[in-house]
Design a protein around this ligand. Structure first.
Ligand code: DC
Length: 227
């Protein structure tokens, strides 16, 4: 697959729809860089929490987002983190997965100045090419010129089970019902916001992964990459 002419692949979709697993598998197959844009919004939410800034204070969160430095680096094989994330030099790769970030990230990612700051950095990385970039608005806003756009979806129940298993294996203490309620709230925030709401790009290839293994999903995507 590595001689394919594709240079930029976008993978969008709701939380726990399989973007990370699929995006990583695609990036590995193609020898491309994997870039998870969600970690940047998570870093902003964490920075606000650490600074004692109320996530509903748009002005203060925006000013903070414009001031902090977020570095995202690829992880080596066998590392469970999706990326190494540095917030002003500190490794926050695990801290950004804490429930306090899950609970506030949809709010802070809806702010115009926060999005502008993050999108500018993401476009810079994406336009270098040979990248699989995952998020909510990558095919629609960040890299509308991408060669191939994939949009993954799955039922709320399936996504809740996946996220629950993932959190549980890392010692999380949320129940399946709590995880599902959290995902439902984030779905609503991500799809309902005015700015870059979550939706498939017109030219995206939409796949429902509810009944598919990651390998089956990749098999559906492979012919698309060749075309
Ligand atoms: O993919 P994730 O769950 O780590 O994303 C965290 C939050 O960031 C999610 O609630 C929506 C937001 N996000 C976004 O608005 N745009 C992106 N490109 C990626 C994530």
């Amino acid at each position: 697959m590595s001689d394919l002419p594709v240079k930029i692949i976008t993978v969008d979709g709701p939380a726990a729809s399989g973007k990370t697993t699929i995006g990583r598998m695609l990036a590995d197959k193609l020898g491309f860089m994997f870039f998870d844009t969600g970690v940047m919004y998570r870093a902003v939410a964490l920075a606000a929490y650490q600074a004692g800034v109320n996530p509903t204070d748009e002005e203060a969160v925006s000013a903070l987002a414009e001031k902090i430095t977020i570095d995202v680096k690829p992880v080596g094989a066998g590392d469970d983190r999706t990326s190494i994330v540095l917030l002003d030099g500190d490794d926050v790769s695990w801290a950004i997965r804490e429930p306090v970030v899950d609970a506030t990230v949809s709010k802070v990612s809806g702010y115009a100045r926060v999005r502008a700051a993050m999108v500018a950095q993401q476009r810079k990385v994406g336009l270098r090419g040979k990248v699989v970039m995952i998020g909510r608005d990558i095919g629609t806003v960040v890299l509308p010129e991408a060669d191939k756009k994939i949009y993954l979806e799955a039922t709320l129940e399936v996504r809740a089970r996946r996220r629950f298993q993932d959190l549980d294996s890392r010692g999380g203490d949320q129940s399946l019902e709590e995880v599902q309620a959290g995902l439902a709230a984030r779905d609503e925030a991500d799809t309902g916001r005015d700015l870059s709401p979550l939706r498939p790009a017109k030219d995206a290839f939409v796949i429902d992964t509810s009944e598919l293994t990651p390998e089956e999903t990749i098999r559906k995507i492979e012919p698309l990459l060749a075309g």
